[in-house]
Design a protein around this ligand. Structure first.
Ligand code: IPE
Ligand code: IPE
Ligand code: MG
Length: 267
């Protein structure tokens, strides 16, 4: 089993109640869509003298908990970065273990995700993935279509630049077919050709692990997202960190290049 009991024991100590809760302001300003770059699994494992794949198992376990916090806080969408178009550069053994873990995650959590009402969606270059992964995605997607508590989008073999290239290619084809004139092209045309056009842009993007970069995640969609970075490694990212991120998000003024709500005289 890819998620051994030993991993649960390692994760347990940080599950203690932290005391920090959502502020009143945060409760009134829950982000609709939170995206997470689930980074730091390898360092988490190394610190414990474990193989990298154990870090990925611990990260997967934490993803399930994270979904429960999203539901608790009333978040509608979460997109999580699980495998990038650049991650193929990792050693074959690690890539294989990540593919295997993906399939095992659903075998382990499908029932719980169903009971929790989580709808599963995927974005990325799906056709390039092993058949077992594609099959798991198809099943998870079709069996969860009617669920409506939380939409969990897993970005797998995803790259923001690749997504923009895909959209551009489709729009060029439309132009060649005479269905679109280049001067008619708008931002909406590009948004409509992304992997999941109906999913709103992320309000908040969280990156644990101490890295201060996007690493090719949601490049188009993040134009006006708020960012929250922390040194904590993803398997150690807890409800307490999540609350801190949401409280921080709620205290910011979003302006989109114009005026804030307050400045416009709105509450
Ligand atoms: C994130 O953890 C998971 C994937 C990229 C698949 P990493 O494996 O990048 O962990 P670090 O950054 O090496 O600690
Ligand atoms: C980003 O993390 C991708 C995922 C978390 C899946 P990386 O570990 O691949 O990013 P870099 O290499 O540190 O930029
Ligand atoms: Mg990393």
């Amino acid at each position: 089993m890819a998620l051994p009991e030993a991993i649960f024991k390692l994760l347990k100590p940080r599950r203690k109640a932290s005391g920090i809760e959502l502020t009143r302001e945060a409760m009134a300003n829950i982000p609709r869509h939170v995206a997470v770059i689930m980074d730091g699994n390898g360092r988490w494992a190394r610190k414990r003298g474990l193989p990298r794949r154990s870090g990925h198992s611990a990260g997967a376990e934490n993803l399930h908990e994270f979904c429960q916090w999203c539901i608790e806080f009333g978040i509608s969408y979460t997109t999580v970065f699980a495998f990038s178009t650049e991650n193929w550069q990792r050693p074959q053994q690690e890539v294989d273990s990540l593919m295997k873990l993906f399939v095992e995650f659903f075998a382990r959590y499908e029932e719980e995700l169903a009971a929790e009402g989580v709808r599963l969606r995927f974005c990325g270059e799906i056709a390039e993935l092993p058949q077992s992964v594609q099959e798991t995605m198809r099943k998870a997607e079709t069996s969860s279509l009617q669920r409506n508590t939380l939409q969990l989008v897993i970005a797998f073999n995803y790259g923001g630049r690749r997504e923009i290239v895909k959209a551009t290619r489709e729009l060029l084809t439309d132009c060649q077919a005479g269905e679109l004139e280049p001067e008619e092209l708008t931002e909406e045309h590009i948004s409509a050709r992304l992997y999941l056009p109906d999913v709103p842009d992320p309000d908040l993007i969280i990156r644990p692990s101490g890295e201060l970069r996007l690493s090719n995640f949601l490049l188009w969609q993040s134009a006006y997202s708020e960012f929250w970075f922390a040194k904590v490694l993803w398997p150690d990212f807890s409800r307490h960190h999540f609350i801190a991120a949401i409280n921080d998000y709620a205290s910011r003024q979003r302006r989109y290049g114009g005026l804030s709500k307050e400045e416009r005289g709105e509450k």
